[in-house]
Design a protein. Structure first.
Length: 149
């Protein structure tokens, strides 16, 4: 009798434990991911910079187009992330048939992005901003939000 009681108790416990899956509503089950497109433009004298970003939870990818009056234009892809109010991206483009990749940095100031400059170094084929070296903002392009087309 005691064995039957233990056996039935074990079956009942297993049945209850297996049905302890909490019910999720659509809102509770959905993860909160912020995703949006942002476009910027800067016109400085006769030079223009257009940027299109797709921002997903601080990770960005998009395109960048430099049009210069006295230098060769470049157009390419960017990929990177926001670290606080600073956007770090790798800019991949082609100049004269040669692929290139450079790091770029922008500081978010209000709605604008201010291009920064700092010391860069290359190690094992990867170019990046030198850790600990200062980055200065305000002497480069100041990008203003614009409508994405």
């Amino acid at each position: 009798m005691k064995q039957s009681f233990l056996f039935l108790s074990a079956i009942a416990f297993s049945f209850v434990a297996c049905n302890q899956n909490p019910k999720q509503t659509g809102n509770a089950a959905a993860e909160d991911h912020s995703s949006h497109d942002q476009c910027y433009q800067s016109i400085s004298n006769a030079d223009t910079l257009d940027m299109h970003l797709h921002n997903h939870d601080g990770k960005v990818q998009g395109s960048l187009n430099f049009r210069f009056k006295e230098k060769q234009n470049t157009q390419g892809d960017i990929k990177g992330e926001f670290r606080g109010d600073t956007l770090f991206v790798d800019y991949t483009f082609t100049v004269g048939g040669t692929p290139s990749k450079n790091p770029l940095v922008f500081l978010k100031q209000g709605d604008d992005l201010s291009q920064g400059y700092g010391e860069i170094e290359t190690y094992l084929g990867k170019t990046y901003f030198k850790p600990g070296a200062p980055i200065t903002f305000g002497n480069g392009f100041i990008l203003k939000p614009t409508n994405c087309q």
